[in-house]
Design a protein around this ligand. Structure first.
Ligand code: S3P
Length: 441
């Protein structure tokens, strides 16, 4: 499916954010492992979290949802999952595959995880290696999925707790090991030299020791998560596209006192929202109101107004906290004065697509000058963006980032494989058209 985007002089109104994707996956998985019923309010219709639900159903986890009501999941406890009769299809969702692998490594049965072509091409040795160290049998296909997991070794031994230092800053690998730790003998400690998003340890209420910037998170075997009522905040990573869009709207500086674009209920987990600070450093006019914490996760109401942006540089320990926002940061960079540089972000090469290559290609098609590195890119701004045909390569964040670039480009931009946005934000195109269409307000 193609979508076309026109120049938007100004964005205003209120965006309905989807529930946070990372937190939704975890709420579903933890509910399935809890003893008894849990509820998740506003569980998203987005394809990725729905892949997690589909896999849990295959594992014999009962769930139901009445129209508009919360999702109810009947937890099976740590020992209650059933062997699936078919391979578990994780669709496009790396989080489903990597977190579920940790849980399946603790089961007495064998299971197979697979996914779409993009997911099958993504690296899985990063989870296979620690799970094998704990005693699971894991077989990969060319370093990726389909992957076969069996929780007991040839001698029928259970998983063993261990200490594991993460070789890549990855919340998915961290979570995989901690979830396997729930099924292991003794304690499992993940040592995290560069912190990545901390939803799993928050939601499981795990002890975290911090020293000199390194975090040590410990899970204890045999401790089932508590059955809960989960309330999931809006997805900050979805909000990021609109924060940038409202900031760079080309006619915006002519309306200095406009009401701006509102994003109520956005997640404000400090391991997720570095993009807010980065955009502010670039000169964005953002406000944060009504900060509150519901359950284990903070949230707030955000407003963005147009402002002239200047270039910035991001690297090092900032990167994991920004990783999903780098495609949209590249777009902001194309609209900012100077050279915006991203380094230490080689992980972008192994996301749903190679996001460095995909964003460079898209932004160049729109007229920006982009240099790429193995671990990042540099974008010159302000670029004289002009509408063109661009391709998401089937990656949701590339689709949304290039759509936002199209709002700031002269003329019409056509985004190919635009339906990819459904992976995390099914309402994206409607919301974008609505808030960008109110130019006369
Ligand atoms: C996620 C972790 C990140 C992120 C992904 C979601 C999670 O991946 O890019 O969109 O929910 O744990 P990595 O852990 O591979 O960095």
């Amino acid at each position: 499916m193609n979508k076309t985007v026109q120049t938007a002089p100004y964005l205003s109104g209120t965006v309905a954010l989807p529930a946070d994707k990372s937190i939704s996956h975890r709420a579903a998985l933890l509910s399935a492992l809890a003893e008894g019923p849990s509820q998740i309010a506003g569980f998203p219709e987005a394809a990725d979290p729905q892949s997690t639900l589909a896999c849990l159903r295959q594992l014999g986890v009962p769930m139901e949802r009445e129209d508009g009501g919360p999702l109810r999941i009947e937890g099976r406890g740590l020992g209650g999952l059933q062997a699936p009769s078919e391979p578990l299809d994780c669709g496009n969702s790396g989080t489903t595959m990597r977190l579920l692998a940790g849980i399946l490594a603790g089961q007495p049965f064998e299971s197979t995880l697979t996914g779409d072509a993009s997911l099958r091409a993504r690296p899985m040795e990063r989870i296979a290696a620690p799970l094998r160290q704990m005693g699971a049998e894991v077989t990969l296909t060319d370093g990726g999925a389909p992957l076969r997991i069996s929780g007991t070794d040839a001698m029928g031994h259970r998983l063993r707790g261990m200490e594991y230092e993460l070789p890549v800053a990855s919340a998915q690998v961290k979570s995989c090991v901690l979830l396997a730790g729930l099924f292991a003998e003794g304690e499992t400690t993940v040592v995290e030299p560069v912190p990545a998003r901390d939803h799993t340890e928050r939601m499981l209420d795990l002890p975290v020791a911090e020293q000199g910037g390194t975090r040590r998170i410990t899970a204890r075997g045999g401790h089932a998560p508590a059955a809960r009522r989960w309330s999931v905040p809006g997805d900050f990573s979805a909000a990021a596209f609109f924060l940038a869009a409202a900031s760079i709207a080309p006619g915006g500086t002519l309306r200095p006192s406009g009401q701006g674009l509102r994003l109520p209920g956005a997640g404000m987990n400090p391991s997720r929202n570095a993009f807010l600070d980065v955009l502010r450093t670039m000169g964005a006019d953002l406000s944060v109101e009504n900060e509150r914490t519901e359950g284990s996760e903070p949230r707030a109401d955000l407003t963005a107004r147009p402002a002239p942006l200047r270039a910035t540089r991001v690297a090092g320990r900032q990167i994991p906290n920004l990783i999903d926002e780098i495609p949209i940061l590249a777009v902001a960079g194309a609209c900012a004065e100077g050279r915006t540089v991203v380094r230490d972000a080689a992980e972008l090469r192994v996301k749903e697509t190679d996001r460095i290559a995909a964003m460079a290609e898209g932004l160049r098609a729109l007229g920006a000058e982009v240099e790429t590195f193995d671990d990042g890119m540099a974008v010159e701004g302000p670029a004289p963006l002009a509408g063109a045909a661009v391709d998401s390569r089937g990656d949701h964040r590339v689709a949304m980032a290039l759509a936002v670039a199209g709002l700031a480009a002269a003329g019409e931009t056509r985004v190919a494989s635009a339906e990819a946005a459904q992976v995390s934000f099914p309402g994206f195109w409607d919301e974008l058209e609505r808030v960008a269409g109110l130019g006369g307000e």
